[in-house]
Design a protein around this ligand. Structure first.
Ligand SMILES: *Cc1c(COP(=O)(O)O)cnc(C)c1O
Length: 365
């Protein structure tokens, strides 16, 4: 059972918004709101006062438009030649990431399409966005943007989650230099972590994702965000074991002494990563229970030898993610980040949304 606390999402929105003075807080809801459910998350955020939303592509944008008739929806990956009509029909605001996308969108506008777009300049992440040479070309030939109303000029930080990293200030300067060459427009630079770097990173519009969903902005500091998800799985079977038995595929775990192993119905097909084999942990009745053996597609084996026998029984709920074991802790064990844990949460989990605005349509029980 995957429980998603919409009141925690609303509280996180308020907490992040409270850090801003002047800037508006936009929400990144790409990838089905980081797998937490686009509809309940978007409705919760809209009810909290969010009016600017970011998705990855037009398909996500159209799904969101059906839920939010009035809000601004930015499409981060930009316009696609075969989807220009969809952008206009659903009033999606493309993020223009290079001169080719600028030309595509400007041509569409001149042919009668809607005009708004965001312009993404690369200030140092080397991923998407106009590189400095293209910013210069645009500065020399501003008519390339003729007819396009710039909703904002944006950029994205590579190292925002490392507060002391020199790349942050370098990107701040490079962003300012690019903006000075471009037509005046609102600016957007900060993701979740950058909100906590300080006011100079906030500009007009913030694009927060992970923090709204409870992820820690910085690995190295206490997490100020409210936990949003709880993931529990019932024990399927408990086995008595003793040396020289082994557990799981590849016999990678050798039992050293008498003990008990519990199996739960979660596996890598559900996003419980195989890298957690012999490394991850969960909690049962408040006791940490280590993952032993390899993670299978649909099953995980846990050493419950230290747990009182009355607690380690079939049907008992194991806390995979929860107050004892946060998303970020599980991510650390898996050698990844909380974002990947969230977006990998499988489709087999029954998602139960609790709290949230009262206008929410009934969830699956
Ligand atoms: C995904 C994304 C964000 C959100 O990042 P978080 O770290 O989850 O807050 C912001 N901006 C861009 C361009 C993104 O791709």
């Amino acid at each position: 059972m995957l429980t998603i606390d919409l009141d925690a999402v609303a509280a996180n929105f308020r907490l992040v918004a409270g850090k801003l003075s002047g800037a508006r807080l936009g929400a990144v809801v790409k990838a089905d709101a980081y797998s937490l459910g686009l509809e309940p998350i978007a409705r919760t955020l809209a009810a909290s006062g969010c009016a600017d939303f970011f998705v990855a592509d037009a398909t996500e944008g159209m799904a969101l438009r059906a839920l939010l008739p009035a809000d601004r929806i930015f499409v981060l990956n930009g316009p696609a030649a075969d989807a220009l009509a969809e952008f206009s029909a659903h009033r999606l605001i493309p993020v223009l990431n290079d001169l080719a996308q600028v030309a595509l969108w400007a041509g569409h506008v001149r042919a009668g399409g809607t005009g708004q777009a965001a312009l993404h300049v690369d200030s140092g992440i080397t991923r998407l966005g106009l590189p400095p040479s293209e910013v210069d070309a645009l500065a020399r030939e501003p008519e390339r943007l003729a007819g396009v109303a710039l909703a904002c000029v944006m950029s994205h930080l590579a190292c925002a989650d490392e507060p002391g990293h020199p790349a942050n200030l370098r990107q701040l300067e490079s962003f300012a230099a690019a903006r000075a060459k471009l037509p005046p427009a609102e600016a957007s630079l900060a993701n979740s972590a950058a909100v906590f770097l300080g006011r100079q990173y906030h500009f007009d519009l913030v694009r927060a994702g992970g923090a709204l969903y409870g992820l820690a902005p910085f690995e190295t500091r206490p997490n100020p965000m409210a936990a949003v998800i709880r993931l529990e799985a019932p024990i399927l079977q408990v086995r008595d074991v003793d040396s020289p038995m082994t557990v799981g595929y590849g016999a990678s775990y050798r039992v050293a002494q008498r003990g008990r192993i519990a199996t739960i119905p979660i596996g890598y097909a559900d996003g419980f990563m195989r890298s957690l084999s012999n490394r991850g942990s969960a909690f049962l009745g408040g006791y940490r229970v280590p993952v032993v053996g390899r993670v299978s597609m649909d099953l995980v084996t846990l050493d419950v030898s230290e747990v009182p026998a009355a607690l380690a029984v079939p049907g008992a709920p194991v806390e995979v993610i929860g107050p004892n074991h946060t998303v970020d802790e599980l991510a650390g064990e898996a050698g990844t980040i909380g974002h990947e844990i969230l977006t990998s949460l499988g489709h087999r989990y029954v998602r139960r949304h609790v709290g949230g605005p009262h206008s929410l349509p009934g969830d699956r029980p």
